[in-house]
Structure formats: structure tokens, C-alpha cells
Write a protein of this length. Structure first.
Length: 442
């Protein structure tokens, strides 16, 4: 077979063989092996560029396949190839060929160390985008004949297309795996949420009956004229029953909201200062005696502040935020009011603590259903409290917000509709007495 036909047939054979390899690593090694054998080189390397163009070139250039060189040798300090030739190819985007590199001016360290003579370096380009370099060398002078230099660009062009396709296939498979993982996680989460919703609904309905009986019994005990229970015991029972009823109400609301039902509301005029004070007293009473010294509660809402809201819902929001501050915070827990900036603007109620704060990456999801910023924390919780807060506040026409810095506590805020006090009546005019000046002009 003539030398003009044999290389073409060989090229077609090699091209067919590389197009059937889909795994990227296997493909790169197969391309290099075929090129080394076809060009009769002694060594061969296939290098790819990292797509991150901000990296320096020595870090972007990575050997992905080597011919007759073990992986452990690639890690040796004296491993080197002619980076001069490779950089010329990367900069110029065309073939580099040296017939006798050792005799060229200023030969590189690797050329002298390995006694390299012939070097053939071909760029791997797809759609004007440089992917990497196919590098071949030999210690024999003028090892690569003219037909090698004519055939190698065609092989490199086909190889670059196959590499691109293998990369795209790998990315697609990775995306499909990630999508499958996300879908399975979503299905598992949905199943878990449905199970939790069913449990919450059943537990809440089962608890509501006996709690009502206990509450009625407690009322009867309070009305006994003789041998009443100790006042502290009655107080503890009242506090515990109120807290238990609120938990049941939260669970029932969560179950109703998950089923698409809306919250019931009863609008009225409320004294916010008094309402906040009752909630602070209730939260403090819930604390164990040994823990009460860890907290200081402040009601900084001005007296006689009137709001238009639903009393049960507003107390539900405050109770959840205050209990959350006690669970995760320390020190002073305060409730403040920030008036609206303009006429008709809603005011903001702020509940703050002096705890460790909330990680910034968790703050966007704090009001999501079942989300807990510290899922592995020893503090128990369902992840429903803040979600219910948001649902209730939005049902009342308001908004919720959170602000926190590490080791600087947390501030939870929600907006309310305040009622401006009526303007004081104009004082009656005082008639001027004869012969005396009017008081206003004195």
C-alpha cells in the first residue's frame, strides 16, 4: 500500500474508533494512544485547559493522558515536557514542529534533560475555542514525516469534537443525576410533610378535648370555698394549660394552612402595650426557676398604643417570637415599637434578644415551613413556629423581617396597623376683660 493512501485509511480507522468512546477519561487516553502509534512517537501527552481563564496558565494546563508514563511519575519534581512548544501552540493556535529541538537556539530544560530531538504539537480547537494540546516527541531527529504533519491536524480536529461531545454528555449526565437527586429529595420531603401534617392534625384534635376538661376543672377548683389548692400550683396549672392550648392552636393552624384553608380573624381595637406585657409575663412564668436569672424582659412599647388587629392572632405572633428568643437567645429580651415613617404607614413591632445570632445563609429561609437554622441543635422544635408567624402576620395585612449578626443577637419584626390618638379639642376662647390685655397677647 502506497504511503499516500495508507495514512488516510489509518486516519479513517482511528476516527471511527475514537467516535465510539463516550467516557471522557477513556476517550482522552484512546486518542493519545492512537496518535502516538500512528505518528510513531516515543512519548505522548494530551493536555486540557481549565475553563477558568482567571487562573495562571501553569495551573490551567493539565496533563489528562500520558503514553507509557505511570501516574506516580507525573507527580515527580523532574517530570517535564517542552512547555515552550506548548505555549507557542496555545498563543498561535497552530501546529508547532521541531526537527531537532536540541540544536535550536536556547533549548528548554526538558529538551536538554531528555535529549529531545523531534517535537510535534497540535492544538485541539472547537469553534475557535482552544481546548488543549496534543503533544508528541521523540529522541530521533526528524521523526515526524511530512504526511504525519498533514494528517495530525485532521486527527486533532476530530478528536476535539469528540472531546467536546464527551464533556457535554458528562455534564448532561451530572445534571440528570443532580435533578434526580433533587426530585427524590423533594418527594421524600413532601411525603414527610404530609405525614407531619397528618400527625399534627390528629395530635391537635386529640389534645384539645382533654385540655378543655382540665381547664374547666381548674375553674371549678378556683371556685371551691373550702380547702383550695395552693396558689402557686394553680398558677402553674394555668400557665401550662395556656401554653398547651397555644401549641394545639399552632398545630391546628399549620394543618389548616397546609390544606389551603384561610385563618379566621376578628378585628378590634387593642392596647398593644398591655397585650405585650401579658405575653412577657406569660413567657417569664413558663421559664424554669433556675433559668429566670438568665433573662431580663423589657416592654418598651409606649403605653396607650392602639392597634387595629385580631387579639388572639397578635398574641399568637408575639408568643412564638418571644418563645423563640428564649429558646435561642440570652440576656435582655425586649419588645419595641418603631412608628411608621409617613402618614398611613404601618408601625413595626420588634422582638430582640442578645443570643448568638443567626447564620446569614439561614436568614432567607427562617420563615419557611419546617426549616430550622440549626437542625442538629439540642433545642427541640418542629420548624413551624416562624412559618406560622409569617402566615398570621400576612393574613393581618403585614410583613415580617429578621436582622442578625454573629454574636450580636437577633431582631424579628412585624408590621401592624396603628390607630392614631384623636386630636385634642381646641381650648375655648377666653374673652378679654375690660381694661385688661388678652392672655394670648401677654
Amino acid at each position: 500500500m502506497s504511503s499516500t493512501v495508507d495514512p488516510i485509511l489509518r486516519l479513517l480507522e482511528v476516527t471511527r474508533s475514537i467516535t465510539g468512546v463516550l467516557d471522557l477519561d477513556q476517550l482522552l487516553q484512546h486518542i493519545l494512544n492512537q496518535a502516538v502509534e500512528m505518528m510513531k512517537a516515543e512519548r505522548g501527552y494530551l493536555l486540557l485547559l481549565d475553563p477558568d481563564t482567571t487562573l495562571p496558565m501553569d495551573r490551567r494546563l493539565q496533563v489528562r493522558a500520558a503514553y507509557r508514563l505511570g501516574a506516580e511519575e507525573l507527580l515527580e519534581d523532574d517530570f517535564s515536557l517542552s512547555r515552550t512548544a506548548i505555549l507557542k501552540v496555545l498563543e498561535g493556535g497552530s501546529t508547532h514542529h521541531s526537527q531537532d529541538a536540541l540544536r535550536e537556539p536556547n533549548p528548554s530544560h526538558s529538551v536538554e534533560m531528555f535529549g529531545l530531538r523531534s517535537i510535534l504539537c497540535e492544538p485541539l480547537i472547537v469553534q475557535d475555542r482552544m481546548q488543549g494540546v496534543l503533544y508528541l516527541d521523540s529522541r530521533i531527529i526528524n521523526r515526524f514525516s511530512p504526511w504525519c504533519r498533514e494528517v495530525l491536524p485532521s486527527l486533532a480536529s476530530q478528536a476535539a469534537i469528540c472531546i467536546e461531545n464527551a464533556k457535554l454528555l458528562s455534564q448532561r449526565e451530572e445534571a440528570m443525576r443532580a435533578q434526580y437527586h433533587d426530585q427524590m429529595r423533594a418527594l421524600e420531603m413532601e411525603a414527610w410533610k404530609n405525614a407531619m401534617a397528618a400527625f399534627v392534625s390528629i395530635a391537635s384534635h386529640d389534645l384539645k378535648g382533654p385540655l378543655t376538661v382540665l381547664q374547666n376543672g381548674l375553674a371549678l377548683l378556683n371556685r371551691r370555698p373550702q380547702n383550695p389548692p395552693p396558689p402557686d400550683l394553680l398558677k402553674d396549672m394555668e400557665v401550662s394549660l395556656l401554653r398547651a392550648r397555644r401549641l394545639v392552636e399552632d398545630y391546628l393552624d399549620a394543618a389548616a394552612l397546609q390544606q389551603g384553608q384561610s385563618l379566621s380573624l376578628r378585628w378590634e381595637q387593642l392596647d398593644l402595650h398591655q397585650l405585650v406585657q401579658r405575653e412577657l409575663t406569660q413567657v417569664e412564668a413558663n421559664l424554669h426557676v433556675k433559668k429566670r436569672d438568665l433573662y431580663r424582659f423589657i416592654n418598651a412599647v409606649p403605653p396607650d398604643t392602639l392597634v387595629h388587629s385580631d387579639e388572639m392572632r397578635l398574641r399568637q405572633v408575639l408568643a412564638n417570637l418571644l418563645e423563640n428568643a428564649v429558646k435561642y437567645g440570652r440576656g435582655t429580651i425586649s419588645v419595641r415599637l418603631h412608628p411608621g415613617q409617613g402618614e398611613g404607614e404601618r408601625a413595626w413591632v420588634e422582638v430582640s434578644d442578645e443570643g448568638p445570632g443567626i447564620p446569614l445563609e439561614s436568614q432567607d429561609r427562617l420563615f419557611d415551613r419546617y426549616f430550622r437554622a440549626e437542625p442538629n441543635s439540642s433545642v427541640r422544635g418542629t420548624g413551624l413556629g416562624l412559618w406560622i408567624v409569617r402566615q398570621v402576620v400576612e393574613a393581618l395585612g403585614g410583613e415580617v423581617a429578621v436582622s442578625s449578626q454573629p454574636n450580636q443577637g437577633a431582631r424579628f419584626s412585624f408590621s401592624v396597623e396603628t390607630i392614631l390618638p384623636p386630636a385634642p379639642p381646641e381650648p375655648p376662647a377666653v374673652p378679654a376683660l375690660p381694661g385688661r390685655a388678652h392672655p394670648a397677647s401677654a
